[in-house]
Design a protein around this ligand. Structure first.
Ligand SMILES: [Fe+2]
Length: 270
């Protein structure tokens, strides 16, 4: 009897101890709040892959270490259907050469930029030190624009567009004649010095734009497929103030083969 009583007491003690420990277990540790979710990675930690197609040439960007005047691929008098030899000589040997010299002179002050292409600098002008930013904009732009320009013309150029660009022009503008009219009107309408361009925008659409001075469309995130120089130095000797006539004759030397190569480039990816 006594043993049975003691056994009951032991069972009650063990059960009580278990319940007490269970109670403490529930009350002891405060329930932790949900852990703070990890912060969104800081902007500087996020790697954004960027890939830009070259603009100066189909296969490479324009070096600025140092910048060099490219050779013309034809004689000064080879584009007489639109541009006289004297203008070509002055335009290439003096005007373009001066942009190259000025760009190199400015970059000598900032050796940290020597490995950057002209395109890279013009895409991100805010990263260029302020003391040479405007010089790089004007002369880097001048160098890039003219490097493209010489390639866009050929003694065997002119006529109707061919290949993919012909289809794209028809789709976008209705016809080549409608496109040429819009392009010429845009060029005539640009006040002062500048350029008129056919570009591909971020939505992969063709678009006609103009830029002032020596600005290149890549600064606005646009890819230049073709462009015409509408500075007076490009036409004044032969056409004087008749810019419209120059714009009209320029189509006689347009290099559709080169333009088709550039038309293959889709919009910049970022
Ligand atoms: Fe020019």
């Amino acid at each position: 009897m006594i043993i049975k009583f003691l056994r009951q007491q032991v069972v009650l003690f063990i059960t009580g101890a278990f319940l007490v420990s269970l109670l403490y277990a529930c009350q002891g540790e405060p329930i932790a709040e949900s852990p703070t979710p990890p912060a969104t990675p800081a902007a500087q930690d996020t790697v954004v892959a960027t890939q830009f197609p070259p603009v100066a040439y189909p296969d490479r960007e324009l070096s600025a270490s140092p910048a060099q005047l490219p050779k013309l691929l034809y004689a000064y008098d080879a584009l007489q259907k639109a541009i006289d030899a004297e203008t070509m000589k002055l335009h290439h040997d003096r005007h373009h050469a001066t942009y190259v010299e000025n760009l190199n002179e400015a970059l000598q002050k900032h050796s940290e930029l020597k490995n950057r292409s002209v395109e890279a600098m013009l895409r991100d002008l805010n990263s260029i030190p302020e003391d040479i930013r405007e010089t790089v904009r004007n002369n880097g732009g001048g160098h890039l624009n003219h490097t493209i320009f010489w390639q866009l013309m050929s003694p065997n150029g002119g006529g109707q567009p061919t290949g993919e660009i012909a289809q794209q022009i028809n789709q976008t503008f209705g016809s080549f004649d409608a496109f040429r009219k819009q392009f010429n009107e845009a060029g005539e309408g640009r006040f002062g010095s500048g350029w008129v361009w056919l570009v591909r925008n971020a939505q992969n659409q063709l678009q006609i734009v103009t830029t002032p001075n020596q600005d290149n469309p890549i600064t606005e995130g646009l890819y230049p497929i073709m462009g015409n120089d509408i500075w007076e130095h490009a036409y004044y000797l032969r056409y004087q103030n008749r810019r419209a006539e120059y714009l009209n004759n320029w189509w006689n030397v347009v290099n559709w083969s080169e333009i088709n190569t550039r038309a293959q480039v889709k919009s910049q990816q970022s």
